[in-house]
Each structure stands twice: as C-alpha cells, then as structure tokens.
Design a protein around this ligand. Structure first.
Ligand SMILES: [Zn+2]
Length: 336
C-alpha cells in the first residue's frame, strides 16, 4: 500500500482493504463551486481512483473566498471551473483519473455521464438541478449525498434508492427558503461542515460500511450554535412521484428548445440554445464591436453595461440584468 494513504489505511473502519476499494471507485460530483471543490479535494487526497466533475460556470473573483481549488490566475484567465479544478486536483494527486465537463445539468446531458459511476455528490447551488438529480438517480438506482449551505447554515442527507426517503419525500422537512449565497452571503466554515458530512458518508459507502451511514437529516447553524439530527425514515411516501410505487419522474421532462433561467440574486440571465455555436466565427465578428476575451472554452464580451459569456455547449450568460426580455434582446443584437 502506498505511503501516501498510510494514515487513512491505519484507520480501522477503512483499513488496507477499504483503501484498495477506494482506488477502484468512480464518483461523480455535480457542481464544482464551494461544495464541489472541497468534496473533490477530499476524495482525490483520499485516493478515490476516478472522479468526474461537472460545472457550468467559470471562476470569478468572488468565488475565491470559499472555493478552495481556485486561484487569482484562474480568475484572470476566466477558466471554466471544471477545467481549473481538474488542473489543481492533478497537482494534488497525479495518480487519480479526472474527467472534467463544462456543461449545464439536464437529464439529457447527465445520463451519459452516469455510466460506470458508483455514486454521486450533490454540490449544486439550486433546487431545480437537485430535483433533476433526485429523479434521474432514483431511476438509475444510484446512491447520492445531498448537501446545501447558505449563510452560516447547512444540511445534508444520504439518499439510497429503494431504502431511504428521496428529496421529494423530504420537502416538508427541509427549509427551502430561496435564500442563496448571492443574496444573503456565506461563510466558508458552513461549506466545510456540509462537506465533512458529505465526504464521510461517501467514503463509508465506497468502502462498504453501510451500517455506519448516518441515516438522519443533519442541519446546523454554526453562527447560532444549532446542530440537529432529524429522523426522517417515516417521511418516505408510497405515492411519491419519484420513489413511490408508480414513479412519473416529473423533473425529467425537458424540452430541447431555447430555455432561459434567471440566475437568482446574481443579476444574470442564462440563455440556453439547443445548437452549439461557432465561437471562432462569433469572436471574429464581435471583436469589431467591443472588447472581447476568448479562450478555448468560452468567449466573453463587455457590451454597454452588460457582460455576455458564450460557452461551447450553447449557453450564454448575460450579466447585468434580471430581465429575460432585456437579456434576449442584447443576446440577439450580438449573436442572434
Ligand atoms: Zn420520494
């Protein structure tokens, strides 16, 4: 056994056997912001053999306070988070395999990535994506660990298809306030606390110590000194549309036409087109209109009081407005 993992293998519940198991596991991390960065770093240092990371965003200065894989240089180069994360993770442990995907999570985009995956970590920042995960992972019978944090609070729950309640069943037990890091802020220890729960549950499952799983929903508020474990076993519902007897998976219906989302609290609208753009061609055209930044992953332009960022997967972020109409109009002026 490699010296690198000796202290972890000494820990009895893992042992040399558990360590060998970890080396043969493949974990998918959805979202590589604060939770995703910290979970990914933990798993890579722990010697989980293969990691797939998915993120739709790029690194900005306001991320550095809590998103531990990123640097000022990543901000300067406007690197997509998945790409910057992979680079840093391989510096930490060159023996693991990392797959990075810059994409928006939809049922269609996620399904191919589930092949060969042992389990999934939810590190997204929104419930829309979590409910897609909830349906898809229930249908594909993959275990996953839900986690979220905002302000000084956080929560986590481990979801085992056919055993535990799913996220839909828990709706009445979890506070979904709509508050986001972009509206009420966040302190990094809240991130680390959620991640401590998530990574530990993942390692328990990967080494096969199922009886050590927590089974309860954990919620906490670090600033106000609350820590709570809620028994939610009875929340599992027979008629649940996701994990019940006749599931309809309501969050997997997805239309492939143009879709727009207001990114809550960020003064940003995301426009998603079904077709992929030719960024070279777009760069040549936009260069004459306003200053652009262009790397192999994305193209950004400062135009009037807006900043538009075009991604290769057909998404565009329009920063500087909360209005879908205004965003579409600016988008059409430049790329329509
Ligand atoms: Zn359910």
């Amino acid at each position: 056994m490699s010296e690198r993992y000796s202290r972890q293998a000494l820990f009895k519940p893992i042992g040399e056997n558990g360590q060998k198991k970890l080396l043969n596991k493949h974990v998918l991390i959805i979202g590589c912001g604060a939770l995703g960065s910290a979970n990914a770093e933990n798993l890579v240092r722990s010697g989980v053999g293969e990691l797939t990371i998915v993120d739709r965003d790029y690194v900005e200065l306001s991320n550095l306070q809590r998103q531990q894989l990123y640097t000022e240089e990543d901000v300067r180069h406007q690197l997509p988070k998945a790409v910057a994360a992979k680079k840093r993770l391989l510096e930490i442990n060159s023996e693991v395999m990392i797959h990075a995907h810059v994409l928006d999570v939809t049922p269609d985009s996620l399904l191919p990535l589930l092949k060969g995956i042992d389990m999934v970590i939810d590190s997204t920042d929104n419930f829309e994506t979590r409910f897609i995960l909830n349906d898809l992972l229930q249908r594909e019978e993959l275990p996953w660990v839900f986690g979220s944090c905002v302000g000084s609070t956080g929560m986590s729950f481990t979801i085992l298809p056919n055993e535990t309640p799913c996220l839909q069943c828990l709706l009445n037990s979890i506070p979904v306030s709509g508050a986001t890091c972009d509206s009420v802020g966040i302190i990094s220890p809240a991130v680390q606390m959620v991640v401590a729960h998530q990574t530990t549950e993942v390692i328990k499952l990967l080494v096969g110590d199922k009886k050590a799983l927590r089974s309860k929903l954990v919620t906490f508020d670090l600033w106000n000194n609350h820590y709570h474990m809620m028994n939610v076993a009875r929340a599992k519902k027979q008629e649940c549309p996701t994990c019940g007897k006749n599931p309809s998976y309501p969050n997997l219906q997805y239309e492939s036409s143009t879709k727009t989302d207001i990114l809550c609290g960020r003064n940003t609208v995301q426009i998603r087109k079904p077709q992929k753009p030719n960024l070279d061609e777009l760069a040549n055209r936009l260069r004459n209109i306003a200053p652009i930044k262009y790397n192999e992953f994305l193209l950004s332009i400062e135009y009037k009081s807006y900043r538009l960022v075009f991604f290769q997967d057909g998404r565009t972020l329009v920063h500087g407005t909360d209005s879908i109409e205004k965003a579409k109009s600016i988008y059409n002026q430049l790329a329509g």
